[in-house]
Design a protein around this ligand. Structure first.
Ligand code: MSP
Length: 470
């Protein structure tokens, strides 16, 4: 059977990883773990996007050789994924400066050139180095790129152009029929209306003045546009040689992207694939942004919530949990450190942590531990079709925690243990199986906690799970 293939964007290696990168990557990890629990073989990839003007500029500012610069950044990303317990597949952290990746990029560009998809032309436009994209006048606010607050440069250069316009209706058809499914629907509507109302201009796929990039094999005075280089990671990570049949794991079952990079993933990427005769990904799962106190996080505003601070305060599982409960995955979510702390205390310290410790404490009075079998529990998502809705599933699971806590408050097993041994044992049986079910369902979200609960249920012993934060 075809492995289930799930990808995150590959992140720019121009700075330390931040909470937004963690958000997408943990989401992908949760989905990957769910698929494994549905007995699918899973390939789960992420990586770093290491070429282009922006990174060259950063390395220069740091007074470093670009390769050494990106080597160090890539390492920080990998370190963060370990701390967040990201279950990447083997060899599935892809770096675009990897030699094999570069070879494939060159082969693909040569193929596009040979089959006429790529042609030599000139391109004139307003280029924002922050976005590594040409901008339309309509994208600018007061003449500046609103995302980077910088005036784009006017660029006119000889360039190799990718034919976009001729495939626009084919692409629209794929989106409409959901063969190329963009999800959730608000993002699908956005793409459909864009494709219906605007002409996709042919785009420049090479750069003459950017040396930190992959040289075009048929014209070494040009390097490959960083986005074209980056998109191909989704195929090179599978070990594709760049010609002939693509590996059987392709098409990707889920490609996760933030809404900021939806447009490019819904236009340039599928059109490159159409030109190559390679099937389009099945699902482009798009999510909103994390805002801090209602605003985009920025160093100048001083409202950056650091992922490392979150990890120190809430631990790995606490952080994983909080990212998906502060709002619905898909929409923008707004957080503050104070609200994260409140939620942690309410749901994890007082909710789940307290439930486990109350049950295990009372369990000490049982003559023998109830036997809980895993086979009994099926998980909420086990029968559901893609796309799985992360926040809703987690909410339903946490509802079990509240209901088990309520059941305990109503049945008062701490009184039954003294007054009605028979009833006490029945109530404890129920609580043990509830907890077992909870441990099954939280597994993709909080894998370590799930494991600890399972061990507690088997041995009768547990450590405190989530300490209250003052
Ligand atoms: N290198 C390109 C992607 C190439 S993929 C072929 C890139 N890199 S990035 O470092 O800027 O990462 C962008 C992605 O990071 C977003 O699409 C999103 O997945 C994640 N996020 C970055 N900031 C975010 C928030 N504030 N909130 C949520 N996710 C965000 O674009």
């Amino acid at each position: 059977m075809k492995p289930f293939f799930i990808t995150t964007p590959i992140y720019y290696a121009n700075d330390e990883p931040h909470i937004g990168h963690a958000y997408t990557t943990v989401a992908a990890d949760i989905l990957a773990r769910m698929e494994r629990l549905r007995n699918r073989e899973v390939i789960f990839s992420t990586g770093t996007d290491e070429h282009g003007a922006k990174i060259a500029e950063k390395a220069r500012e740091a007074g470093q050789d670009p390769q050494l610069f990106v080597d160090a950044v890539a390492e920080t990303f990998q370190g963060l994924w370990e701390k967040l317990n990201i279950s990447l597949s083997e060899n599935a952290f892809i770096r675009t400066t990897n030699k094999d990746h570069i070879k494939v990029v060159q082969k693909v560009l040569a193929e596009l050139y040979q089959n006429g998809a790529l042609y030599r032309g000139t391109y004139k436009g307003l280029y924002c180095v922050g976005c590594e994209q040409y901008k339309n006048e309509g994208d600018l606010v007061n003449g500046k790129c609103p995302d980077h607050d910088r005036v784009p440069e006017v660029m006119e250069e000889e360039s190799y152009m990718l034919k976009m316009t001729e495939l626009q209706s084919t692409l629209l058809e794929h989106v409409r029929s959901k063969k190329f499914h963009i999800y959730p629907s608000q993002y699908e509507k956005e793409v459909t209306s864009f494709l219906e109302n605007q002409t996709l201009e042919d785009i420049s796929l090479s750069r003459k003045n950017v040396t930190w990039g992959v040289p075009l094999p048929f014209d070494e005075t040009h390097t490959t546009y960083v986005w074209a280089d980056a998109f191909l990671n989704y195929l090179t990570v599978l070990g594709w040689s760049g010609e002939g049949k693509v590996p059987e794991a392709w098409p990707a079952d889920i490609q996760l992207v933030g809404k900021d990079i939806l447009r490019v993933h819904a236009t340039i990427w599928p059109i490159m694939l159409l030109h190559l005769g390679v099937p389009l990904p099945k699902l482009l799962y798009t999510h909103g942004h994390i805002l801090s106190a209602g605003k985009k996080m920025s160093k100048t505003l001083g409202n950056v919530i650091s992922i490392n601070e979150m990890l120190s305060a809430f631990g790995t599982d606490g952080t994983r949990y909080l990212l998906f409960t502060m709002g619905h995955f898909g929409d923008d979510i707004d957080i503050t450190f104070g609200r994260l702390t409140e939620k942690y205390n309410a749901d994890l310290a007082n909710g789940l942590g307290n439930l486990v410790s109350r049950i295990m404490k009372l369990g000490e009075s049982l003559p023998t531990l109830p036997i809980v079998t895993e086979a009994g529990g099926s998980r909420i998502w086990s029968e559901q079709q893609q796309p799985l809705q992360i926040s809703k599933i987690l909410e339903a699971t946490m509802e079990r925690v509240s209901s088990a806590n309520r059941y305990m408050d109503e049945t008062k097993p701490w009184i039954l243990v003294k007054e009605n041994k028979g009833k006490f044992e029945k109530v404890m049986d129920n609580l043990f199986s509830q907890l077992s079910q909870i441990s099954l369902e939280i597994e993709p979200f909080m894998p370590d906690t799930a494991e600890k609960i399972k061990t507690a249920l088997k041995t009768g012993k547990t450590e405190a799970l989530f300490q209250r934060i003052q």
